[in-house]
Design a protein around this ligand. Structure first.
Ligand code: BG6
Length: 487
């Protein structure tokens, strides 16, 4: 019997990014603030996430401030002005696909306007045209952690059902506008992280005292996102026949910390909390195991008649996910620094794995496990839309950036991805995070670098923004040219 030995023809090699981490131009051409642009960065050298520290007071302070140094996602890497140069660099690497997100707040600056902002729409026209000039396929996230902050103020973001109408007015607008230009879409970036708080729900939690009260708000917000996602999928298929809609999961592969059955059960429970999202978006149903979880945490999801039918009728066409690390789960009442990175409150250090300076455990084989797990469960095409190594880079004395560690990281993951293809997984493509250095999401630092291209900018917002290809740039160019054969 034969089996696939290579990545399939038309495999989408490329990279991924997000508006609030690259664009800058936060108050230009009619744009207003998104939630992400209201979060301060971690100090240089600190490694903890600053994401979910938002409160009503911190948001109103941010709205009054016009500093892009204090709020680094307001300057990004200046893609808004440098996109021709950046896309040209991607084309030199041979990119087949480039994932960006549309900043909702560029199209509907407050979120609730009835007519879109033409200058915002025109910007993405220019970006997509530039990509097509080089044969690069745009892959577009509709909402990458960047809800207009106006909607947080108005009705507390996704906690309110009103967000569905505002979101679907936005999605309908962009589907109609970019009809001939964009085929691959996805709704909510890493939708599962909505179970962690503000950055993904746009909902503030001031006044909520218990963990369960917070979970109530978050899962209700997520229900609204599920409904919005189903409606957007319906719209997409009507407006752009043949276009594909994906869901997007942050997949942290979970292992039991030991073969003690207590750990195995706990790992399974943690895994279900991750797979819940794809169960809803791919299978179109709330899975039974969540009934027990909701009951144990006193969560009641308010659904309207018709919601469940909608979820069933409009599942996604493909499943995309990010993969950075795995976690080891213990049933004991303890966790360590790995818990923050993985979002798994039962995570402990896996002694078999190395980790990055930010405590992200490097596990290429975990990607193979993730691919097989998701393929076995769902049987829809899979798409790795983020994978990469965020770490410090140094400009050497020869003026170059010798990032062999990044090459090693990516090579090992591509090797495992190939194993998964040989295992029989249907894989559409591989997008690295992120081809050009950008502002980190969780810490808003520039020093946590991911790119094949170095950007001269530091954590304090100082630098020339000059672009410089690193060693990995030439390596990835060769990988793409050989369809992943020469690693
Ligand atoms: C994913 C996000 O969680 O990981 C990206 O979708 C993010 O937005 C990426 O940038 C890497 O995380 P970080 O915090 O290192 O930027």
């Amino acid at each position: 019997t034969d089996y696939p030995r290579t990545f399939k023809p038309g495999f989408l090699w490329g990279g991924a990014s997000a508006a609030s981490q690259i664009e800058g131009a936060w108050n230009i051409d009619g744009k207003k603030l998104s939630g992400a642009e209201c979060i301060k960065g971690a100090k240089p050298g600190e490694t903890h996430s600053t994401l979910d520290e938002a409160t009503r007071a911190s948001i109103s302070e941010a709205i009054k401030s016009d500093s892009d140094k204090e709020y680094p996602k307001r300057h990004g890497n200046d893609f808004y002005h440098r996109y021709p140069e950046d896309i040209k660099l991607l084309s030199e690497m041979g990119f087949k696909a480039f994932r960006i997100s549309i900043a909702w707040s560029r199209i509907f600056p407050n979120g609730d306007e009835l007519t879109p902002n033409e200058a915002g729409l025109a910007f993405y026209d220019r970006v997509f045209d530039e990509m097509h000039k080089y044969g690069i396929e745009p892959v577009v996230t509709l909402s990458h952690y960047e809800m207009p902050v106006g909607l947080t103020i108005k009705y507390n973001g996704w906690a309110s059902r009103e967000a569905i109408a505002d979101f679907t007015r936005y999605t309908e607008t962009v589907f109609k506008r970019y009809k001939g230009k964009v085929k691959y879409w996805m709704t909510f970036n890493e939708i599962n992280t909505g179970a962690q708080g503000f950055h993904a729900t746009g909902a503030l939690e001031d006044g909520l005292k218990t963990a369960d009260e917070k979970l109530q708000l978050r899962y209700q917000a997520l229900h609204h996102q599920f409904v919005a996602s189903a409606l957007a999928t319906k719209q997409l298929h009507e407006i752009i026949p043949g276009a594909k809609m994906g869901c997007m999961l942050a997949r942290t592969q979970t292992y039991p910390a030991t073969c003690n059955p207590d750990d195995v059960i706990m790992a399974q429970k943690i895994d279900q909390l991750n797979l819940f999202f794809t169960d809803v978006q791919v299978r179109g149903e709330y899975p039974e195991y969540m009934n027990r979880y909701f009951a144990e945490h006193h969560i009641v999801i308010k659904m309207l008649a018709g919601d469940q039918k909608l979820l069933k009728k409009y599942p996604v066409d493909y499943l995309s996910f990010s993969y950075y690390m795995s976690s080891a789960t213990t049933a004991e009442e303890r966790h360590d620094a790995t818990a923050e990175a993985t979002g798994n409150q039962h995570a402990v250090r896996n002694k078999y794995l190395e980790q990055t300076p930010w405590g992200w455990q490097i596990d290429p084989q975990g990607l193979r496990v993730a691919l097989n797990t998701l393929w076995d469960r769902y049987r829809v095409p899979l798409f790795v839309v983020e994978n990469g190594m965020g770490t410090y880079d140094k400009v050497a004395e020869d003026g170059k950036i010798h990032d062999q560690y990044r090459i090693d990281y990516l090579r090992a993951h591509i090797e495992q991805m190939k194993e998964a293809v040989e295992d029989g997984v249907d894989l559409m493509g591989y997008l690295t995070w992120a081809p050009i250095d950008l502002v980190s999401f969780s810490t808003s630092q520039m020093s946590k670098r991911y790119g094949f291209v170095y950007v001269d900018l530091d954590d304090n917002g100082n630098g020339t923004m000059r672009r410089m290809p690193k060693d990995s740039f030439y390596w990835y160019q060769h990988v793409i040219a050989t369809n992943g054969e020469a690693l």
